[in-house]
Design a protein around this ligand. Sequence first.
Ligand code: CUA
Length: 332
Amino acid sequence: MRRGSLVQLILLGVVATAITGAVAVLVPWLPESAGKEADRIEFVYWFTTVIAVAVFAVVAAVLTYSVWKFRVRPDDDSDGPPVHGHTNLEIVWTAIPAILVTAISVVSAIVLAQNGRAGDHPLRIKVVAQQFAWQFTYPDGKTYGHLTLEKDRPTQLDITAKDVLHSFWVPQLSQKQDAVVGQHNKLVVTPTKTGTFPVVCTELCGLGHSIMRSRVEVLTKAGYEAWAKGGGVTGGRRPPGLTAFNQFGCNSCHTFTAASATGTIGPSLDKLKEAAAKAGKPLDAFIRESIIDPNAYIAPGFSPGVMPATFKSQIPAKDLDALVKFLATNTK
Ligand code: CUA
């Protein structure tokens, strides 16, 4: 190959690298990482991207050069020379990709193994998904509609579902994990940044799938300890209705001042007297009906079928009574 041709080929490769490199670097493809596991996954992405850009540059340069230099001239009607391949070239273009693909597999396997390790003393949180809410239960038995984590502390999530398939995902922590009935799937997260991030369901699970969201708050060590101490009313003193309110996930969808709940998926429960009047029912009966038969009355601006109709069989009679009493006495 002449020197001039080689320079042209290299120039084409540089242009192809610049264009694809710019697309890779300038477009924010991934959310900003906020976890150790996400950092490792991001590394795999970049490792793979650099290899892909290099391979693309070589292929694009050779292809463009060939089309440009070896195209048929308008007056050339002759046949091309008979070429029977090039053994050395074939060995090279088989061996190099094989090495690169193996490297990607090895790096991915290492990251996968590292990301599954929670260390000796992880914070263990049970995650229960149901149409259409998340529940997070801490080692002390307290249950919340949103997740609170401690920065730099490995946390092992034990993920399951009550009704259909769901999937747990926090974009900034990367990794998705399926929530399956009767199965306890593990997911390790080690947040490295404080802040609030969304929890998203990424498995089509019914009418309310798109609103099956919660949030994760990552606090500093001191912040987390303060939250853990005062975060929930302690077992003995809390009204049983409040326990039921949090246990059955009402807090993740509804706003209710008495329970410090701020959900916006369902209607606010702070003005139930008004709603009962609109529905033409006594307050207690209205609340009870709305829990066990949620589609009987739909608040203006909300859709039927979003609130689970399964509470009738899920909430024991005693808890239901406590819940109705708690709501009726604390609403306006
Ligand atoms: Cu739960 Cu989609």
